[in-house]
Design a protein around this ligand. Structure first.
Ligand code: ADE
Length: 226
């Protein structure tokens, strides 16, 4: 898979892909990450890429020309399965979308800044719009890191044990059950007996029950009786 990230602040990605699972995924050629600076496509002397919004109102808007030039150039080089704009005024990202994106070849992530991007970029190029939560970030960069991480770890071969990803919270619509490691007792708190017993059926049943219990308690919106 190849992920192209379009950003006005490429430095925000320093470090994001340089450790742990994402670093290994890049080293092992499961994914290529290419970061593109919108400012490189400014036609202005001062390299400006934003302007006041028509109609008035606070906040600057990323201009149409540099973004169109950059995205147009990338689209000429390859066909994109999805051109995704990260923005708080969109439907929420979730595990189902991460699963879908993880099976694609070429994805572009478009990071907004200031008040957002000129609507015509959305009309011309964007195929998907996603928000990572009902709050506003300073720009789409951190959201792009979140989305990239969620996608990359699902690419076949990236995790040593894919069953680990399949048992994550949200993968089956429920939150994950509690997990424990050694020691079996700590400060008087004991690991549930069933996990020590080695009866796979019993353990699975216990995990299902705990998943349901946790989901009903903290995310009742995810739980339905049918
Ligand atoms: N850009 C600013 N806020 C955002 C959010 N919540 N999700 C995605 N992109 C954003």
């Amino acid at each position: 898979m190849r992920i192209d990230i379009v950003s006005a602040v490429p430095k925000l990605f320093n470090g994001a892909f340089s450790d742990s699972i994402l670093k290994r995924a890049i080293e092992n050629k499961h994914v290529e990450i290419h970061i593109h600076n919108i400012r490189d496509y400014s036609t202005h002397k001062q390299k400006s890429i934003d302007d006041y919004q028509y109609g008035g109102g606070a906040g600057m808007v990323l201009m149409v020309e540099p973004l169109d030039a950059l995205i147009g150039e990338l689209k000429q080089q390859r066909a994109y399965d999805h051109i995704i704009y990260l923005t708080p005024d969109a439907a929420l990202f979730n595990q189902e979308k991460a699963n879908i994106y993880s099976m694609k070849q070429n994805i572009m992530l478009l990071c907004g800044h200031y008040k957002g991007i000129d609507q015509r970029i959305r009309d011309l190029h964007v195929t998907d719009e996603i928000s990572i939560g009902d709050y506003v970030l300073s720009g789409g960069e951190l959201a792009a890191c979140v989305v990239s991480d969620a996608i990359i770890r699902l690419i076949p071969g990236v995790l040593n044990d894919i069953s680990s990803a399949l048992s994550d919270s949200h993968q089956d619509g429920l939150l994950a059950p509690p997990v424990y490691t050694r020691p079996s007792e700590y400060k008087g708190l004991k690991v549930p007996e069933v996990l020590l017993g080695g009866n796979a059926k019993e353990i699975e049943k216990w995990r299902e029950e705990k998943s349901l219990e946790r989901t009903k308690k903290v995310r009742p919106d995810l739980y339905s009786d049918d």
